[in-house]
Design a protein around this ligand. Sequence first.
Ligand code: B12
Length: 432
Amino acid sequence: MGPLGAFLFLLGALGALADICEIPEVDSHLVEKLGQHLLPWMDALSLEYLNPSIYVGLRLSSLQAETKENLYLHRLKLYHQQCLLESASSDDNSDCQTKPSRGHLALYLLALRANCEFVGGHKGARLVSQLKWFLEEEKRAIGHDHKGHPQTSYYQYSLSILALCVHQKRLHDSVVGKLLYAIEHDQHLQQGHLSVDTMAMAGLALTCLENSNLNPDQGQRITMAIRTARKKVLKAQTPEGHFGNVYSTPLALQLLMTSPMSRVELGTACLKARAALLASLQDGAFQNVLMISQLLPVLNNKTYVDLISPHCLAPRVMMRPATKTLSQTRVPEIISVTLKVPSILPLYKQSISVFAGSSLEDVLKTAQELGEFTYRTRATLSGPYVISVMGKEAGDREFWQLLQAPDTPLLQGIADYRPKDGETIELRLIRW
Ligand code: B12
């Protein structure tokens, strides 16, 4: 090939790259390090750590954990089939004390598809009706006039539609219609900084419906809504390149990867996002297993929509267990973090001493041990979620927001965020 030919070939290749949002191959060591974070969680025996999103993320990634993976799916099956199908009367069964939510059921259905299984049999049919029933209840909560909102969130509403769709389970047009309305009148999906994750999940669910042609009468509205969701996600790109924030970028990219868009728009947006994501990866921003599970498919150019017909035999690289690096033994440095709770009287403000590198959860625990301060958490797939502070429980559509004073909401939860010396952390009860 002469120099002109080579130039034209390069142009063509660049053009093709820009056509569909793709992530060119990322350093395999970086990807493996991310995957290795998941391994200890797959070994954990406690039910509260059983997380179908980990399985989905791994199966759509370029990595595999062989027997661990199979065992994990087996445990997921036992837990979800037993505990989700338990009737209220058998609530005292010790294995099922932490009953999985409907959102977990949706993720479990995605996990089955990630192993190329369709939900089937008598038990499977009951799980599907539970999820359909959940969507009907949420539809009722939104109301005829769309003035209400789902009991959970549009994120879980979309996730449930996606899960049923990849199993080729048809939903009534009116259920899909609620999501379409919410996108067409997007104030319903706005939850401040969270809107990109929700918009992306909604777009993925609708893309699945479009590709599977499950609601043909809504075809045009679905296509328009996907376009709107994509536009909103693209518009939310920050100057650094993230869509929304670093942690909404994986789902946002999943949506943008599902079909071609205008070359100029998508080419620059994707290349910028890739650079931002790589920088965040190298900075170690991805420590949370749920976040890693949403990111791994993207690094393998896969999305949740691929679960319509997954490639279960695609070659994946076997993960090695992480090698432990010996940390130097230094005298641990003590830092001081100020904890502030302005939402209740009398106002709580205290300086707490902890070792450098402690998590916010360590700060809260120390404050609780010192007295005056109390808090409670609930185990979720993202980690410990603060549900009450100083005895005050967050009510319906309220939550305890974590902020770096004066006004910067944290992008991580209490288990992952590590405050610096002299920092003030505020816990604020707000509506969402
Ligand atoms: C909906 C949502 C919320 C809702 C949850 C209430 C509700 N009824 O749904 C609200 C608005 C209250 C919320 C709050 C927060 N959120 Co939020 N949230 C989400 C979202 C969009 C979906 C979660 C979901 O439904 N998952 C599916 C179900 C099946 O799984 P689940 O485990 O049962 O879901 C529960 C938990 O996810 C929990 N939850 C929600 N957010 C967070 C955040 C953390 C750190 C933890 C431990 C738990 C948690 O609420 C869900 C419903 O019960 C995700 C997006 C994503 N990409 O995952 C962000 C997301 C998980 N949230 C995030 C953050 C940072 C927060 C806050 C810490 C923000 C803040 N500065 O205060 C707080 C949590 C503070 C606390 N009290 O501990 C980040 C986490 C990033 C990370 N590194 O882990 C995400 C990824 C959004 C983002 N891109 O920034 N969130």
